[in-house]
Design a protein around this ligand. Sequence first.
Ligand code: ZN
Length: 699
Amino acid sequence: MDNRWSDQDAEAAIERWTKQGAGMDLALRTYTTRLLGSEPKLVIHGGGNTSVKTTVRDRFGDPIEVICVKGSGWDMAAIEPPGLPAVRLEPLRRLVDLDTLSDEDMVREQRANLIDPASPNPSVETLLHAFLPHTFIDHTHANAVLALTDQPHGELLCRQIWGDTMTLVPYVMHGFALAKAALAAYRERPDVQGMILLKHGVFTFGDTARQAYDRMIGVVTAAEARIADARRVSVAGVHLPKGLGRHRPKSFHPAKLPMRIAPVAAVAPILRGLTALPEGAGGHRRFILDFRSGPEIEDFVGGQDLARYARQGTATPDHVIRIKPKPLIVPAPDADDLEGFATAAEQAFIDYHADYTAYFSRHEARYEGRKTMLDPAPRVILVPGLGLFGIGASKAEARIAADLAETNIDVIAAAETMDTYEVIPESDIFDIEHWSLEQAKLGKAVERPLARRIAVITGGGSGIGAATAAAFHAEGAEVAVLDLDTHAAAAVAKPLGALSIGCDVTDQKAVEHAFDRVAEVYGGVDIVVSNAGGAFSGRIGEVDEAVLRDSFDLNFWAHQSVARAAVRIFRAQATGGWLLFNASKQPLDPGPDFGPYGIAKAATLALMRQYAVDYGRDSVRSCAVNADRIRSGLLNDKLVAQRARARGISEEEYLAGNLLRAEVTAADVAQAFVHLALSAKTTGAVLTVDGGNIAAAPR
Ligand code: ZN
């Protein structure tokens, strides 16, 4: 593990943060917290914390002894001094005399002693930091240390490696009891550099920020060296000379896999559909997927003993809150028998739900009915031959689950190279997963109306499409922006954190590829706004046939390609879907010399109805929006000016030439698409957004 301390950066950190009012100790504390937090093999997604004991002045200028400790919700990699709230040290230290202290009371004591009451909650490991005397304390869940302690002889290994320099603390769940256990262990050996919390993580102490950090890197480096030594021994037990161990031997005996493995784009929608949980009136609580692969992951998921080593429990207890005690393992997807895979995967989900329910029943009795069972959906799916999927309520959550899965693979692979992977007992895992402070959050999170849904918007690079992409994002959907203009798609997608794909919708193959890409990135598709279109005009009896055919390519056939690709994924997911077409007013109220456009759009309106008829049985809703006179829609500025002039009125009067006398904007049309996507019981409908044009009212 590289030591990334730099005198220059440390000085810059002091300069920067003391200017903002932080003391020198807190500035350096912030600097090394960032060093630790930006190394995923040390700290990942909330898996660590740091503290410094220092003095601040109260309003009267009197000194107060405080501990600045990592606050919850702050990412250590990007932490600022306010992310390490100051808590009065003396009242915290007095708590050591209590015999017990509930987690709720502990949080209350910590909050009550904050110097700034607006601060975030101090870490749940605050008391451990406070009870120890050291000025600087660093805590990580370093992969290499976990790999050693997560073995049957982990304690012995730690003694061999660190001798008397580190004290060992047997597993105790975080909170007051752990803080007392750690203090007791430290008092037995007050000269140690830190402590190894067996099957949990590592603490190092220092008089300075640098000393605590140097010690952390030293401890982790020693653990890594021990693992590297073990890896030089091949699977067959033959010792390789030093240097030959650079090519990592396989940790896992490979299982037999099908000749051809189905692609991610075909597998993801099947799994995503199975992940969705039934919810009221035939609806579904969906999840978003995040796929990962690579040599280490493939080696791990392709191992013969996968069901044993992957289902022991998480590498460090608090991962369980994000990824549950066990991943779901499905069979390898045979490309020549995708239906067989779907059937077997469905059984694997049924078994997983039953297993999770049984696990809950086994342990809830200890709490006399005070625990609520969490949803039984897995948060990680392992697919032999392919890789892994992280699962979450959003793409961001799915990514976190996948990151944690990768961390677990790293730890398990190292532990299995040396011996066997072994973690805390199931009852301890249950206690963390159903921890009272986590249970208190249940049912309190408010999700946006389109959260957990994946929306694809064609022609999303500008006008109505861009406004629709923004509107769906604002309602919580994961969005994919498709546009012929790759740069325009990217420009719309980037600020939304959405996916962008350059795609010519008149090219059926390109459309299929684009939908495959969406399935690879998010796991599937729920809503399609088939919006891409273009104006083609000419008097119908005289217009060049090529113009009419071109219009049909874009204004009809492209809609068919898009709907077809979407339906393929909808059916694989088996959770229904929404096909929303931009039909325009032409099919209902044709304008003169606009036949090439209007006739193709009329066919698209019929297409919408046909999808409603043919796929209603699959819970696919098919609807259209009839919008008119949108400046950034079909009308460009030149056309608006031309038509206004032809009628002898101003542009504004032309645009507001409707019953409501109000200009209709792209954002108004976007809201109509959102409305249809929120309508579970509407299909075959045309929703008009034109400010009122009675000639175009559907009859
Ligand atoms: Zn910890």
